[in-house]
Design a protein. Structure first.
Length: 221
C-alpha cells in the first residue's frame, strides 16, 4: 500500500481547521499530520512533521501566512515540502507575494472539497494550482505592473518547444492539457518541464509561472 501524502493544516480558525481535517482525513491517500493556528506555529510544526503539503492561510495574527511560507520554502530541511495557500481573498498583492514567497499555488476557501483534495494531490506532484479567477487577476497584475528586466539570457538557453511549454504553464494549463495543445505525450511534457526547472533554476512549477510572466510569455485573455 502506498504511503499517504502528509498534510499540515494552518489556519487561525479552529472550526475551519477541523473541517479541513475531516475532508483530508476521508481520503485514503492523504493524512493530516498536524495543525497550526498561526504562522510561527506553522513553521515549527512543518519542521517537526516534514509534511508533503502545507495548506496555509494568509491573514493570521502575529506571523502571517506569507512570511511563514517564505520561511518554510527557504528551509533546506523542508526542500520536499510544498505550500498551497488558502484564502478568502483574491487580492493581487496576496497572490504575487505568495508566489514570491515560494508557494506552489493559491486557492480560494470557497473551493469545493473535491477541488481542494485534487489541489493537494497536484501540488504533491509538482504542479502549480490556481483558481481560474486567481490566474486571471495574476495575469492582469503582471500586465499592469512595471515589468522587471526579462531574463533574456535564460530564455536563450531554451529550445522553441520549451518556450511553448513555459508559456502554456504560465497560462495555467495542466500536463494533459499541454500535451493536447502541442500534440505530444504527457511523458514528453514532463521531460520538458524537468529541463525547464533545471535551465531556469526553478524550485517548482509555480516558479516557472513567474518566469513565464517575467519573460512576457503570458497575455491577458
Amino acid at each position: 500500500m502506498a504511503v499517504p501524502l502528509r498534510v499540515l493544516l494552518v489556519d487561525d480558525q479552529p472550526l475551519l481547521r477541523r473541517s479541513l481535517a475531516v475532508v483530508i482525513g476521508h481520503q485514503p491517500d492523504l493524512e493530516v499530520v498536524g495543525q497550526a493556528g498561526d504562522g510561527a506555529e506553522a513553521v515549527l510544526r512543518a519542521r517537526a512533521t516534514r509534511p508533503d503539503v502545507v495548506l496555509m492561510d494568509v491573514r493570521m495574527p502575529g506571523l502571517d501566512g506569507l512570511e511563514a511560507t517564505r520561511r518554510i520554502c527557504a528551509d533546506p530541511a523542508l526542500a520536499g515540502t510544498r505550500v498551497l495557500v488558502l484564502s478568502m481573498f483574491e487580492l493581487d498583492e496576496y497572490v504575487y507575494a505568495a508566489l514570491q514567497a515560494g508557494a506552489s499555488g493559491f486557492l480560494l476557501k470557497d473551493a469545493r472539497p473535491e477541488d481542494l483534495v485534487d489541489a493537494v494531490r497536484r501540488t504533491c506532484r509538482g504542479e502549480s494550482l490556481f483558481a481560474p479567477s486567481i490566474l486571471t487577476r495574476l495575469v492582469a497584475h503582471y500586465v499592469a505592473a512595471p515589468r522587471p528586466e526579462r531574463p533574456a539570457g535564460a530564455l536563450r538557453r531554451l529550445t522553441p518547444r520549451e518556450v511553448e511549454v513555459l508559456a502554456l504553464i504560465g497560462n495555467g494549463l495542466a500536463n494533459d492539457e499541454i500535451a493536447a495543445a502541442l500534440v505530444i505525450s504527457v511523458k514528453t511534457v514532463k521531460t520538458h518541464i524537468t529541463h525547464l526547472l533545471a535551465k531556469l533554476s526553478a524550485r517548482d512549477r509555480a516558479q516557472l509561472v513567474i518566469a513565464a510572466f517575467n519573460a512576457g510569455l503570458v497575455r491577458p485573455r
